[in-house]
Structure formats: C-alpha cells, structure tokens
Write a protein that binds this ligand. Sequence first.
Ligand code: MSP
Length: 625
Amino acid sequence: MRYITTPIYYVNDVPHLGHAYTTIIADTLARFYRLSGHKTLFLTGTDEHGQKIEQAAKNKNHSPKEYADKISLEFKKLWDEFEISYDIYARTTDERHIKFVQQVFLTMWEKGDIYKGEYEGYYCVSCESFFTQTQLTNGCGCPDCGKETRLLKEESYFFKLSKYEKDILKWYESDPIMPKNKKTELINFIENGLKDLSITRTSFEWGIKIPQNLNDDKHIIYVWLDALFIYISSLELDKKSENLGFLPAFVHLVGKDILRFHAIYFPAFLMSANLPLPKYIAAHGWWTKDGEKMSKSKGNALHPKIIADAYGLEAFRYFLLREVSFGNDGDFNEAMLINRINADLSNEFGNLLNRIVGMSLKYSNGEILHNEVSHFYEAELNEANLHLQNALEFIENFQFNRYLEELFKALSVANLSISKYEPWNLIKNNGASKANALVSLCANILAKVSILLHPTLPKNTQKVAKALNFEITPQIYQKLILQNSLLDFKASACEALFPKVEKAFLSEEKKEEKIQIPKIKIDDFAKIELKVALVKECERIEGSEKLLKFILELENGETRQVLSGIAKFYKPEELIGKQVCLISNLKKAKIFGYESDGMILSAKSGDKLVLISPRELVESGSLIG
Ligand code: MSP
C-alpha cells in the first residue's frame, strides 16, 4: 500500500511553476507505484485557513470562504487539465477535517501535551511561522522569507514539542528524510533545543476553533497543526473505510521551505495523537527565475499552463524531472527546455520509434520476432537491462533526474546499435535474420523504456505501445522489467512523437532568437551519414520558385532523387556534372508531392544559399567525415 501526498497549497496565490513541480513529481510517483503493482492513494488539495488567507480575501473584498472556494477551484481545474491522477482532493474547510482536527487537539490535551500560557515573539504571516528575536534577520525580518515579522503577545495554548526531541531523533535513524543529506540540518536544528510551540491564536478569526469542551472559543488552531492533519483526516478514519490501511503514509512530498514543519512538528504531533509516522518525507528544491525564488509576491512567477501550452504537457513534465537533481534548486530556462525536447525526446525517443517502425515495415511487414535477439545481440541487451535496473533503483530513491538519464542511456544503446550494425546493409548482404533481430532488440529496448517512462510521459508512451502493439499494464511491467523477458511486436505506422522545436515561444524578445544548438558527442555525429554525390540531372519544379529536383549519383552507380530549395540562386543546367554534399541517411520525405531521399548541403551567406562541394573531384559516394 502506498499513500503519497503533495503539500496542500495556500489559496492566497494562484498556482505557479513551483506548485506544478511538486504535483507533477507526486503524479509521476503515483503512476509508477500503480504500474509496479502497489495499491496507491494520492492526495493533493488546498490549505485554506489562517491570517494570510483572511488578509488576501479582505484585499479582494471577499469573505475568506468565498475566496478560498474560488482559488481552490483554480488549483483543481489546473490539476484536472494536467490530468493529475489524484484520488483525493482535500480542503481544510471540509467539515470532516475540522471535526477531526478538534478531536486530535482534544486527544493531545488529554494526554497532557498541550498547556495554556502566553506567547511573546515574532510572527511571519507569510510563512505562518513563529520566531524568537535572535532568529530574525536585519532587525525584524523573517529568517525564511525576509519579510517583516510582527511582535505578538497573546494568550496561547502550547504544544510540548520539547518532549519529543529524542523520539524525533530516534525516528531519523530509519532514514525517513530524502534526500538523505537534508537530515543533518534538521538534526542541528533539534539539537539546538526545541521550544514548545504556540498552537493557537486569538488575533484573527479565520480558522478552526479549539474544541468546545475547553470553553475558550476565542482561540483558533494554528494553521500548520490544522493543515498537517489533512493527510490523516482525508482518509476517513472515522468511517473506518479501507483507506485506513494506507497508514502509515509512504511519502509526503514537500518543498525544502516546509521541510521543518513536516519533519519536526508533524512527527511530534503524530506521536502525541498516537498515529503512525510516515515512511518518507521527500523534499525538493526551488525553481528560481534568474536566480530568485519564484512567487507571486515577487512578480516573477511562471504560470505552468502557459509553458505546457507552448511546449506540450509531457515535454514540460519531462523537463521538470530531468533538469534538476531532486533536492537542489533549478533555474527555469526556456532554451534548456527546448534542448531537452529536441535532443532527448525527439532525437533519442521519438526518432527511435520511427526507425523501428520504418525498418520493420520494410523488412518484415511489421512483424518483429524476438527469437534471435539474444543470439546476435546479447551484449547490447545486457547493457540496456543494466540501465533499466538502475533507473528503477533511482526512481525508488526519488532521484528522478538519474532515473530518466538511465532510461535515455538505454535508448542510446538501441540507437547506436542501428548506426553500428547498419541493418540496411545487413539486409542487402544476406544478413536478413541479423537485421530483423536488430529491429527486435531496438523494439524491446524501446518497449521496456516506454514502460518505465510511462509515469512521466503517460500519453506518448501509449503511442509507442499502440505503434508496436503491446499494452502498458502492471502485468507487462512484471514481465518485461522484473523478469527481463522479451516480446514479439507488430508494428504499424504512427505519427511522429515530439516534433522538433525550432523557435522559443514564451518571451517576446526570445521570439526571434535562434535556439542554442547543444553540443553533441562524437556518437551523435556518427548517426549522420554524409556523402559526395554527382549531379546527373537537375530541373525546376513547376509551381515552385524555390525547389530544384536533382538526380544524384552515389557509389556503384546508385542514383537518388533529392529536392533542394536553391532554385533562386542556381540555374539547373549549370549544376549538371557538379559534385554536391549530401546527408544520405535522412528519412525520405515528400516535398511538393515529390519524394526526396536525402538533403543537399549549402551554406547560408546573407540571404543567399551557396552549395557546398569538394575542392577536387572525388569518387561519387565518397564518405565525408
Ligand atoms: N500550505 C502550505 C503547505 C501545507 S502542507 C500540510 C504551503 N503552501 S504553499 O502553497 O506555499 O507551497 C506549497 C508547496 O509549493 C511547497 O512545497 C513549496 O515548497 C512549493 N513551492 C512554492 N514555491 C516554489 C518554488 N518557487 N519552487 C519549487 N517549489 C516551491 O507551504
């Protein structure tokens, strides 16, 4: 059983990239847990009480509840548009939650963990957090967000946090904090001494009142005590439904700014309320824009929908998980996103599917049989399997960038095998069975990668499954990933996955900016075949001002038809007998109704295109490189 949660989001702010990041990570994990056969429950929702929300509502002339309803719906709508696979959308204004929190407060009170006193200290409304004078920065600033704090002197109920110091440290021994290196900070914080925590407020109204039996109804329960228990109240404990079995929670995903609340206060609250502690608290870093944390108040927040609409939801999901290592901060950069789409998703992933479908339709009518793969390609198969096993380990340890990196290494094994063994030559030279086995090797690698990539790219991996005729299910996961089996496939034509992005879409000044071309490895270059070709025939194409149609001669008298957009700069007759340079392994394309089998290279000189040819005559078909 795996119960996974995102934080519940404050409704004073519409969703931004930071919120989408946590939610997309949680969604990916939930999908992975389901696929790998775990009963899974996934909670997200909104945090709707507290002074911050009361103020935000007032500024907009709304009642707090009206305002909370409006913003909570915005979050929900976004997650629905993003097809986030949550099971529970929880809100702290739910009657059931309110009752639950009051009940928990009473349990803690009856246990002797709560007492009444007076609070004097500094409060940050933005973080909904208390500080002592020595903790403040620049006189009165909040040490977490830098905003001005307020000196509060209020009658307050306190929770005996100090009582739980040792138990929390003991719990840390089971390594519940991810990434593991975040534990040291927390231990230092605890070892400096935990102060009892003020858990009620009297200076505002928008929140849960303490239980009636205490006869003290000016007190509102501290918003963090209220919010953290949403993870439990939403399981309908009172109804003893089957959700109860989901405790202890498997993982609470949080941002690093709220790790302390989850990893220090929450376990203490749980212990006090006699509830089980979660297995993991996993904390990610922040997305920054030009080095600053993104937030609405700073005015630098990026709306996740704008990015997803521009580049596609799945490319966006991939980028968020791939680009930063979990726990570290990352700066959002549009050019990097485009590079990821072009270099990884289009080149390595989408293109592999094209190649497999193309070859199998050509060589074997789409039938892809696995019986000879291990015989011819055992080493490649083992190498790919190793990457898949690593990927599995990384995702189980919340190392999402490395999980994806390993999957793309497995795809590289397939792509490089195609360039290395050249199935098109094997077919010609009596190597049909080796060529077919190669197609099967690649199809099996692509299928296995697609299964493990499915939690990140749900739709595109389904397209792969459809094109190769298999299904992505927990059963197939068992078979292909855990038992390392191979499958037969039947390929059929399909649309290209992740077309290349040529221009940046988001910011005006970037519109005209050329995409930065990524550095490639020599292996990437090896995928391109360049040859010298002799122009045998050349003519204009009727109706097109740009295109010339060439018949080119390569080695052994082989000829090809290639179209090139240079008609404005050359007369056809002057090119006949000249040599040109050709990308000879480009996928065939139809241009203006004519087939074009390759691409003639030319250099851009101002507005002109200048053909590139060897300085001296060489044999037709000579390789360039
Ligand atoms: N309501 C509390 C959570 C209560 S959970 C019982 C809260 N809400 S929040 O809306 O302010 O933030 C929710 C999550 O969004 C946090 O995990 C936070 O780290 C994350 N992010 C907010 N801004 C972020 C970035 N700029 N980058 C990455 N994530 C950040 O805290």
